[in-house]
Ligand binder design. Structure first.
Ligand SMILES: *Cc1c(COP(=O)(O)O)cnc(C)c1O
Length: 356
């Protein structure tokens, strides 16, 4: 693989958006990273160019068969003005697991981290500094053969775009109401659930819309066969604290291996909190609630970091968790992970990577 990244700077830098109204996913920085793949050349031509529309024929495979993968991570501004990435090596390793499932050729994860560091360095001024803000990084790979027919593409583009985002909880971290989905499923055994691929999101939209209409923030996904075991919550991994023990579903191939999930498990282990990765049924959670032993529930993911669950609704039965308040373990995980990300707490696990 060619290692030197060509950089072409924009001649027309954009005005930066107001940091108080960033929201999520609205604004994009001045540049983007692109690298091509062909069967003959492998991955080639890594370059940073001004952010601009892509020109693709309507027949391009990306528009037809969903052979796409993506990633999501963030760059954070520290109080002393440095820029930190959080475990970017993990995202780049996960790309290869997604690639393998989608028949996309593998790439060098170390070079992927280099690409992220370079593009973030070029657009460093786009990393916002206000409380709760960050620069969301979206790497993705699209198939680019102009061809109609179901087979893996022979050519691809690996692209990285950057998006300054606002605080996920502008009004403070509040527990959410979750609808336990019993009709639709997100992923099935043998499918693509463990890959970060857009099809999983397309499959989840209808349940999400219907849950929102009923007044819930997200859905809790059950397994695709028996609709009995808990898998994920929205686009997050899920944890339950029952009788002092923290339980999260073990990684089946229908569950995405979240990096925040892994970080939470590592922290809990160092704190001496008992953890279990195992199958857990929705019935067991309801039973624990009626016995008074369901202490906390929360989701984990890059966007929100920790999202406490205040209420579940399953088959018309609503339960409130920890009186709808954020639990101690959830709060401590949130404080520690965001503290390490922002350089406020000492990075004992060695998770952050500075962008120079
Ligand atoms: C990205 C994602 C997550 C969270 O992963 P993180 O690495 O923690 O951001 C969880 N579930 C699904 C389905 C996802 O796509």
């Amino acid at each position: 693989m060619q290692k030197s990244i060509l950089i072409e700077l924009t001649k027309t830098p954009k005005t930066k958006p107001d940091q108080n109204n960033l929201g999520f996913g609205h604004y994009f920085s001045d540049h983007m990273f692109i690298m091509n793949y062909s069967t003959e050349k492998g991955w080639y031509d890594p370059r940073i160019i001004p952010y601009a529309p892509l020109e693709l024929e309507p027949s391009t495979m990306v528009f037809h068969y969903g052979q796409i993968i993506f990633e999501g991570l963030k760059a954070y501004r520290t109080e002393d003005g440095r820029v930190l990435l959080f475990r970017p090596d993990k995202n780049m390793e996960r790309i290869n697991r997604s690639n393998e499932r989608l028949c996309i050729p593998p790439f060098d994860p170390g070079f992927g981290v280099e690409a992220i560091k370079t593009i973030v360095s070029v657009d460093k001024e786009w990393v916002p500094d206000q409380e709760g803000t960050s620069l969301y990084i979206r790497p993705f790979i699209i198939p680019t053969d102009p061809y109609l027919g179901v087979r893996p593409s022979n050519t691809y583009q690996f692209i990285i775009i950057l998006c300054p985002v606002g605080a996920y909880y502008p009004e403070g971290i509040n527990p959410v109401k979750i609808y336990v989905e019993t009709r639709y499923v997100r992923a099935v055994k043998g499918g693509v659930g463990y890959a970060k691929t857009p099809g999983n999101y397309a499959a989840s939209l209808k349940a999400q819309v219907e849950a929102n209409q009923k007044g819930f923030t997200q859905v809790l996904w059950l397994d695709g066969v028996e609709k009995k075991y808990v898998e994920e919550v929205g686009t997050m991994n899920v944890f339950f604290k029952i009788k002092g023990e923290v339980i999260t579903p073990s990684l089946e191939d229908s569950i995405l291996a979240g990096i925040t999930r892994d970080s939470a498990l590592q922290l809990l282990k160092t704190w001496g909190v008992p953890i279990r990765e195992r199958k857990i049924s929705i019935q067991e959670i309801y039973d624990a609630h009626s016995q008074g032993t369901l202490e906390e529930a929360f989701g984990t993911g890059t966007a929100a970091v920790i999202s406490p669950i205040g209420e579940l609704s399953w088959d018309g039965r609503r339960i409130s968790i920890n009186q709808g308040e954020i639990g101690k373990v959830s709060a401590e995980l949130y404080r520690t992970i965001t503290g390490i990300q922002k350089g406020v707490l000492k990075d004992d696990p060695g998770w952050t990577v500075e962008v120079k």
